[in-house]
Structure formats: structure tokens, C-alpha cells
Design a protein around this ligand. Structure first.
Ligand code: LLP
Length: 420
């Protein structure tokens, strides 16, 4: 459910007609609905409430949408953060997320980032290799601290998602192989400076069925039994994120409630505190990318609808062949079949080929839906385009929550050395 609906033939974000935002801020622009973010946050938290021992930690995967306003909302909803860089860590702290609910994931944390995490007193490091565990233990010991950590295990399960966002197969770079996890755990747990308290996994993103997640969780359950049999103390398991969200109007995805029920079933005898790292499922459908049609030009069999948003603003179609529903802001009963493209000078700047969509003409406003996750955060200024701005709507109010950064401002940060 989301709060982007037509009222009187005009697409609104909550109570704000999208043309009003286009008028005030220009296009392209990301528009988020606060009510949708809050709703999804609450649905997820209540779906996993009561799983594991004590209340689970819900850590929003900041990479999905790191905008400070969004993070403030998530903090208010009781979420911590899953961060993967020093930059994300500082955002989480700035947004008021309690350090003890900050989880530091990532396969290549630098020594400086590990030290930053310790300095900020974060709740947990998800270690992705034996070498990283050694580094963390060394840095923590030198600082006179003990780092809470879990070992990320690669369960070798196919998440059946796009290859570029699959992370839990043996050939992926993430975690330690499950058949080595026991030995690595035993070696790391003996180190001073490290409180190795459990394991973590994350097998991929945009997962459309619960089967692969359940299979991976069961492998972790079996590992817990062997670790405990060897005398290790296991108090935490981080189940990662990955739950998909509907992008097409007729998509059917497992709900957070289905997911929570599966987790409850599989983990009922684990006796650990659980950690969840949802990203997409919270924010994907809480945002749209609002764009204006520049012109329509004939193509071989279908017209090209050329919009003022491009692959630099929304990279997902170019990177992962991702589907983003495209429709006009003014409701239209006529439909067309069109190729929807941006102005960038390469053919990968194509949002959709031969897409059936509502009738649009030059000057019309339109949206790409489900753009709240991995949208603005992956934007660039390729082709010397402006950095796309972001707007947050709440009821009948809206505010710019990230400025449009003009190409001229970006150029102003560049230098020509005096030898040229
Ligand atoms: N935890 C870890 C360790 C992750 O690597 C990720 C996502 C998440 C949690 C959150 O996963 P989610 O619940 O959002 O599926 N840019 C790609 C998605 C990359 C996901 C990377 N990791 C896209 O646009 O589809």
C-alpha cells in the first residue's frame, strides 16, 4: 500500500498534487511519502515482533535511501541502521539512530572505518572474513575496547534474483564459506578485543519468494547447533534484508507478515536475539521519480518518449534491467506502446522498451513508480547533468529534503592545475 493515488484525475503524493511539486521544484525530482514510509516501517516491525529472544533489532539498510529526512523518520519509528561505510555510519548517528542499534556490514571496511565504528560505540560489526576479524580485534584491543561482532556466513543458496544483486552463492564475495565458518569462528572467538556473539547472513535483494530465505536460514540453524556443541556462546543472529517489493501493478510478493511467520517457524528454538536489515521493502514504494516529457519522436515500430529524467537519476533499469512502472500524472484513459528513454547519449539510457503506458505528449508530467529504494542514492551527474533533488510530502505539506545541485556548482569544485 502506498499514498500515491489519483484524486480528481491528478496523481497526488498524499494530499499534494504532483504538478504543484513540479512547479515549485522543477523536474526531474524524487518525491517521497512520509505516511508510506511510516506505514511500511510499522508493518515490518510488527511482522517480526516477538521473533527471537527479546525484541529484535530492526536496522534499516541505509543504502536503500540515505536521505537524512528519511533516516529521521526511521529513527523515530524505532529503527537502527545497517551501514556499509563511514559515511553511512555518520548519517545514522546524525539522524539520531542509537549507536547500539547500528550494524556495520560490508566486505571491505577499512581500518579507519573499523576505528570509527568503535569510536562511535556501534552495536555490532558484521565481520566478512577472518582477516577483518583479526584487524577489528587488533584495533579494538589497542583502543582498550571490546567489539561486539558476528561472523557473516555465505550459505551458498541461490536467492533467485538478478545476478548483480545476489550475495549468498558460494562464488559471491560476501561472508565466509559455510563449510569453513566453524573453524574461522573458533579461531576468531579466542581473540581479545572481540566479543564474537553470533552469525549473520544476507543472500541478496529483491527476493520474490520465501523459499531461498528459508533454506538459507535453515543452514544457519544447523550451523548454530554445531557451534554450540563446540561450546561457543551464540546470542545473536542477523538475518539480513532482501525481501522484495511489488514494482509491477500485478506483482504478488510475500508480505512482511508471511516473512515474519516463516522466521518465527524456522527460528523458534534458536534462543538468540534476531537482527533484521530491511531496505527496499520499506522505501521502494514510498517514492516516485517525477519527470516531464521533453518530446515524443517516431521510432521504428514504436515512438520514443523522451523524458527529462535519465539513467544518471535512476540507474536501476540500465544496471539491472529493472522495471519501474511509468504513467502520466494526469489520468488518461488512452494508452500507447512506447520506448521510454532519457536524454543521455548512450542506449543504456532506456527505462523501458515497448511499454504499454498511459498516453503522454511533450510537456506532460509522468512518474516512474517504486523509486524510493536505490533511486536517488545511486544518482550521479553523468553528462554534466544536475544532481537530482528530493522532496518529502506529509499530508498537504512538502519540503525539499535534498537540493538540486546544479552542474555549475559541481564544475566549480573542479580545478585546472597551473601547468596547463
Ligand atoms: N543487508 C545487507 C548486508 C545488504 O547488502 C543489503 C543490500 C541489505 C541488507 C538490504 O537489502 P534489501 O532489503 O534492500 O533488499 N542497488 C540494487 C540493490 C542492492 C542491494 C545491496 N544490498 C538495486 O537497485 O536493486
Amino acid at each position: 500500500m502506498n499514498h500515491f493515488e489519483y484524486h480528481g484525475g491528478i496523481l497526488h503524493a498524499e494530499d499534494v498534487p504532483l504538478p504543484q511539486i513540479a512547479e515549485a521544484v522543477g523536474t526531474p525530482v524524487y518525491v517521497y511519502s512520509q505516511a508510506t514510509i511510516e506505514r511500511h516501517a510499522r508493518v515490518f516491525r510488527s511482522a517480526v515482533a516477538g521473533t527471537g529472544r527479546g525484541e529484535p533489532i530492526c536496522a534499516f539498510a541505509i543504502k536503500a535511501n540515505p536521505n537524512l529526512a528519511v533516516l529521521h523518520i526511521m529513527a523515530r519509528e524505532g529503527f537502527g541502521a545497517d551501514v556499509v561505510s563511514g559515511g553511512e555510519l555518520e548519517r545514522a548517528i546524525t539522524a539520531g539512530m542509537p549507536p547500539e542499534r547500528i550494524i556495520f556490514s560490508g566486505v571491505g571496511k577499512t581500518d579507519a572505518e573499523l576505528a570509527l565504528g568503535l569510536a562511535r560505540g556501534i552495536g555490532q560489526f558484521n565481520i566478512e572474513s577472518e582477516a577483518e576479524g583479526l584487524a577489528l580485534a587488533g584495533i579494538a584491543t589497542a583502543r582498550g575496547q571490546t567489539a561486539n561482532a558476528v561472523l557473516r556466513v555465505n550459505p551458498d543458496v541461490d536467492a533467485q534474483t538478478h545476478a548483480k544483486i545476489s550475495t549468498g552463492k558460494a562464488e559471491n564475495k560476501f561472508g565466509v564459506p559455510i563449510d569453513q565458518a566453524h573453524d574461522i569462528f573458533a579461531r576468531l572467538t579466542a581473540l581479545p578485543g572481540l566479543n564474537l556473539r553470533g552469525v549473520a547472513l544476507h543472500i541478496g535483494s529483491m527476493i520474490a519468494e520465501l523459499g531461498p530465505l528459508e533454506a538459507a536460514f535453515k543452514r544457519i540453524g544447523a550451523l548454530l547447533v554445531t557451534l554450540r556443541a563446540a561450546g561457543h556462546n551464540i546470542s545473536h543472529v542477523d538475518l539480513g534484508g532482501g525481501l522484495g517489493a511489488p514494482y509491477k501493478p500485478d506483482d504478488v510478493f510475500p508480505s512482511p507478515e508471511d516473512y515474519g511467520a516463516m522466521v518465527r517457524r524456522v527460528t523458534s528454538d534458536w534462543e538468540v536475539q534476531l537482527v533484521f536489515e530491511p531496505g527496499r521493502v520499506i522505501v521502494a514504494n514510498a517514492g516516485v521519480l517525477l519527470t516531464r516529457v521533453i518530446r515524443v519522436k517516431p521510432g521504428m515500430s514504436h515512438p520514443f518518449v523522451i523524458v527529462d529524467a535519465a539513467m544518471n537519476d535512476l540507474a536501476r533499469p540500465a544496471m539491472y534491467d529493472a522495471y519501474h512502472h511509468f504513467e502520466s500524472v494526469m489520468a488518461h484513459s488512452d494508452s500507447i506502446i512506447a520506448n521510454i528513454v532519457g536524454p543521455i547519449c548512450e542506449s543504456s539510457d532506456t527505462f523501458a522498451m515497448e511499454r504499454s503506458c498511459t498516453q503522454v505528449e511533450a510537456g506532460d508530467l509522468a512518474v516512474f513508480r517504486s523509486a524510493g529504494a536505490y533511486g536517488a542514492t545511486m544518482a550521479s551527474t553523468y553528462n554534466s547533468r544536475d544532481m537530482v533533488p528530493e522532496v518529502l510530502v506529509s499530508g498537504d505539506k512538502f519540503a525539499i529534503v535534498a537540493d538540486r545541485i546544479a552542474a555549475a556548482t559541481i564544475m566549480a569544485a573542479e580545478r585546472v592545475p597551473d601547468w596547463i
